[in-house]
Design a protein around this ligand. Structure first.
Ligand code: PAF
Length: 301
């Protein structure tokens, strides 16, 4: 398949390499105009053995010939990343959006009224120590699902993703796994960013009450949104991710560390906005949203 991958971060590059290994023809779309990138990639459990992959980049002809575009930029970058591509995109081209958080869907549907649009969420983990070095650091479930009518019949895309990087599965209501992942991100991301600690530190006693409160608030909003869960289930999932990624620094931790904007508006911010619609009080999520906004504003004065 001819594929353009937009946003060569850790997760985007991981998918680009895995798709290339299965003979798909992948070009990268990047912020600069480089015609080629060489990526040094290491497989899971072999961090010291790297293989080089060469990707052509930013070719409008290849974009026009793409049957699939995968967008892996951050939630707040999706509109700006997609807009310059619109003149080249074939209306049959399947567009897959993969980012932490919820809230870009409406804009994307407005930008692409004809294309099949799929949203995806992944628990695969990758680490990018330099701009061209990627380590695959963890296996995890990927969910894909349609968010418009045109994409309803594209269930085979999940099979293709599964053959590239398993486990990947189609979900008939993608908002369910998106909310499940949102709950994990509401808990882990702001706490590890505010406290500048690795995920595993959230196992310490001093964080347990906050984690409980976050899960209770998120479970109330998810239930009001029609997504079946309990605070205990969410707490269990959060604890499992903390244990499985204990040495990792969350994406928001890294964003704050490197003085970049974070996805907080699409994570705890989105949660608080949905809570307000349902008249649910979410003080702990609101306080964390405000704390991260404050840290961002200090960095971007
Ligand atoms: O954003 C992240 O870093 C990840 O989604 C997660 C699951 C919190 C693990 O670090």
């Amino acid at each position: 398949m001819n594929i353009t991958l937009v946003g060569a971060g850790a997760i985007g590059t991981l998918w680009a390499v895995k798709l290339t290994q299965q003979q798909h023809n992948v070009q990268l779309w990047t912020r600069d105009s480089a015609p080629e990138i060489i990526v040094h990639f290491s497989e899971l459990n072999s961090p010291t053995i790297t293989t080089d992959y060469s990707f052509s980049c930013n070719d409008p002809h290849a974009l026009a010939a793409s049957e699939m575009v995968i967008v892996t930029v951050k939630a707040f970058q999706v509109t700006a990343a997609l807009t310059p591509l619109l003149p080249y995109l074939n209306t049959d081209c399947v567009v897959i959006i993969m980012h932490n958080g919820i809230g870009s869907q409406q804009h994307v549907q407005q930008l692409l009224p004809h294309n099949p649009i799929i949203y995806a969420t992944t628990s695969q983990a990758a680490f990018k120590p330099t701009p061209t070095t990627i380590h695959h650091t963890g296996l995890g479930q990927t969910w894909l699902g349609a968010i418009n009518q045109q994409a309803q019949s594209q269930t085979h895309i999940a099979e293709m993703f599964n053959s590239v990087l398993s486990p990947s599965q189609w979900h008939t209501n993608i908002y369910q796994p998106l909310w499940q992942k949102l709950a994990i991100n509401c808990a882990i991301n702001p706490l590890t960013a505010v406290n500048q600690c690795p995920n595993g530190d959230l196992g310490q006693n001093c964080y347990q009450d906050q984690l409980d409160s976050i899960c209770t608030e998120v479970a109330q909003v998810m239930t009001a949104e029609g997504v079946n869960t309990t605070s205990q289930q969410l707490r269990h999932q959060v604890d499992s991710v903390i244990a499985a990624t204990s040495a990792n620094y969350s994406s928001m931790n890294r964003d704050i560390f490197h003085h970049r904007l974070t996805e907080i508006d699409y994570i705890n911010g989105y949660l608080v906005q949905q809570a307000q619609r349902h008249h649910i009080d979410t003080p702990v999520n609101k306080q964390l949203w405000q704390a991260i906004k404050h840290m961002e504003s200090q960095d971007h004065e």
